[in-house]
Design a binder for this molecule. Structure first.
Ligand code: AMP
Length: 286
């Protein structure tokens, strides 16, 4: 069983002891819980690269807009601890809101040109919330490495830049997106989907494959590819709207002509569920 910590002070003492007295390296996997195979992959990477792996489980209110799904976000700590046990996690840090935010934070982290594009445009304040919680978790746990999924590609980029700009003593390790056998990227929010909606949600993944084919047949104009993706996704029932389809280089700068290594990023509403996904161009052997 992993050791469960509820208090910052306690996990900090635990880590200090492990690092200083026992010389152990520490990997941190920050999550909002309701663990799935994507989280498991992060944990596995951490287990390979570190002596000890800590999973944090905290649904961070600060990164949700006031009309978003904070209230209904799935939570099941008991099950999450079992998953962590199965994966051989050493410790779980699951703080309360009072522990994380005894007072509403007044600090505001704006990442120029990074936190106000794509997701940030549609979720104002989201990346401030992400940056604040990630900084707090890194400061509390002080891991050697922290693991972030490419599933949330912009978040990964924001965190990498935060660490670089502020010289934080941690290595950010990106982890590939894990997909279900049918291609749907694992997400805790998939639990919101009805079976019919889930079927339509597959259009996100399928649109990436379609785009790959389109590109391979010589169409490299980003605007055209975006249009093909939009049209394809919108043809599916239950797809309510598309927030964005963008194609950027690996640093999230928009491109006109696509090249291998560029990213397709999208956010789509299927019923009342907002799904995000992204794809590295050149990833499929079609
Ligand atoms: P979350 O619990 O949704 O905040 O996710 C916690 C971490 O797991 C983040 O770094 C996510 O990018 C990562 N993650 C979520 N879903 C996946 C997935 N399908 N594949 C890989 N990583 C993921």
């Amino acid at each position: 069983m992993p050791t469960l910590f509820r208090k910052s002070k306690e996990i900090r003492n635990y880590v200090r002891l492990q690092k200083c007295e026992n010389g152990r390296s520490i990997g941190l996997v920050p999550t909002m819980g309701y663990l799935h195979d994507g989280h498991r992959e992060l944990i596995r990477q951490s287990k390979i690269q570190n002596d000890l792996t800590i999973v944090s489980i905290y649904v961070n209110p600060l990164q949700f807009g006031k009309d978003e799904d904070f209230g209904r976000y799935p939570r099941d700590l008991e099950r999450d601890i079992l998953v962590c046990e199965e994966e051989g996690v050493d410790a779980v840090f699951a703080p309360s809101d009072e522990e994380m935010y005894p007072e509403s934070p007044v600090v505001n982290i704006h990442m120029e040109g990074l936190s106000d594009i794509l997701e940030g445009k549609f979720r104002p304040g989201h990346f401030n919330g992400v940056c604040v919680v990630v900084l707090k978790l890194l400061n509390i746990v002080q891991p050697d490495r922290a693991y972030f999924g490419e599933k949330d590609y912009q978040q990964l980029k924001v965190v990498q830049r935060l660490v670089k700009d502020l010289s934080l003593p941690v290595e950010i390790v990106p982890v590939r997106t894990v997909r279900d056998t049918d291609g749907l990227a694992f997400s805790s929010r998939n639990t919101y989907l009805s079976p019919e909606e889930r079927e339509s949600a597959l259009s996100l993944y399928k649109s990436f494959l379609l785009a790959e084919k389109f590109i391979k047949s010589g169409n490299t104009q980003a605007d055209l590819i975006k249009e093909v993706i939009r049209d394809f996704i919108l043809r599916h029932p239950h797809v309510r709207k598309i927030d964005y389809v963008e194609i950027t280089d690996e640093d999230l700068r928009p491109v006109q002509e696509v090249r291998e290594g560029d990213r397709i990023l999208l956010a789509v509403w299927v019923g009342n569920t907002r799904l995000i996904d992204n794809w590295r161009i050149g990833n499929a052997n079609l």
